[in-house]
Design a protein around this ligand. Structure first.
Ligand SMILES: [Zn+2]
Length: 232
C-alpha cells in the first residue's frame, strides 16, 4: 500500500503518493516555489525523487504552480491530451456551471482565478488509460470526463481513488456534493459509477477522503434532487 500525503497549496489539495517511487498529483493553486520546497521537506521527500507529476485536469487551481514544480522535480508531466492546451497556455477552458451553486461559484471566483507561474508543455498525454507501474506506483490513471472534458482519476491498487473535482465541498458552506461545474453531466454520473464499482476511498481535489458509501449517497441524492445534491 502506497503512502498518501495530502499537501494543501492555496484552495486546492495536491497529493504525494509514495510507493516504490513517488508521484505528485496536481500542484494546487499556489505558485510559491519556497512553499513547495517546505512541503516536500516536511514530507521527507526529495523533489528530485519524484518520478512523475500527474495533473488531474486543466483547471488552473490544480496546476498553477507547475512551472516551479517542474524546476524542483525535473519530472515528466502527465495529463489528458485535452488538458495539454491549458498547461501550455496557462488559460482555463470555459467553466460550465451545472447548477445554481456553480453559477454562484463563478461569480465568487471572477477575477481571482489562479494564474500559472510559467507555462509547461506536458510530456505524456493520456487518452483513455495509463499504467503507473512504469513510474513505480501500483495503479493507473483513467479518463473520467464530466467535470471537464480532460478529467483524469488516479486509481491505486487496493481501492483508493483520486477524483479531482468530481466530489467537492461548497465554497460557501462546506457542504459536500458532486461537481458544481460540469461540461457533461451524464458523463460525470457515468465516471462516478465506474469509480464506485471498484473503489472504497475517494480523495478530492479540495478535500476528503470520503468513503464509498458517502459518494454513493451523494450520487443518488444528486440524481433524485435535480442536480443540487442537497436534502430539503
Ligand atoms: Zn476543476
Amino acid at each position: 500500500m502506497a503512502d498518501i500525503i495530502p499537501l494543501r497549496f492555496g484552495v486546492s489539495q495536491a497529493y504525494l503518493i509514495c510507493d516504490q517511487n513517488n508521484i505528485l498529483l496536481d500542484t494546487g493553486s499556489d505558485t510559491d516555489k519556497a512553499a513547495y520546497q517546505k512541503a516536500f521537506e516536511k514530507a521527507k521527500v526529495n523533489p528530485r525523487d519524484i518520478s512523475l507529476v500527474v495533473i488531474s485536469h486543466g483547471h488552473s487551481d490544480h496546476f498553477a504552480g507547475l512551472g516551479a514544480i517542474k524546476e524542483l522535480t525535473g519530472a515528466p508531466v502527465l495529463c489528458h491530451r485535452l488538458a495539454a492546451q491549458a498547461l501550455a497556455t496557462g488559460k482555463n477552458p470555459k467553466f460550465v456551471p451545472r447548477n445554481k451553486l456553480g453559477e454562484d461559484m463563478l461569480k465568487l471566483i471572477e477575477g481571482t482565478v489562479p494564474v500559472m507561474d510559467k507555462t509547461v508543455d506536458a510530456d505524456i498525454l493520456v487518452d483513455k488509460e495509463f499504467d503507473l507501474n512504469a513510474f513505480g506506483v501500483a495503479g493507473k490513471v483513467l479518463h473520467t470526463p464530466g467535470h471537464s472534458h480532460c478529467s483524469l482519476s488516479l486509481l491505486l491498487d487496493g481501492g483508493y481513488v483520486f477524483v479531482g473535482d468530481m466530489v467537492v465541498p461548497s465554497p460557501f458552506d462546506g457542504k459536500l456534493g458532486l461537481a458544481f461545474l460540469a461540461t457533461n453531466e451524464s458523463e460525470l454520473y457515468d465516471s462516478l459509477r465506474t469509480l464506485l464499482s471498484f473503489n472504497q476511498i475517494f480523495y478530492g481535489g479540495h478535500g476528503g477522503p470520503y468513503t464509498r458509501d458517502e459518494v454513493q449517497r451523494l450520487l443518488e441524492l444528486d440524481l433524485t434532487k435535480g442536480n443540487l445534491g442537497e436534502e430539503e
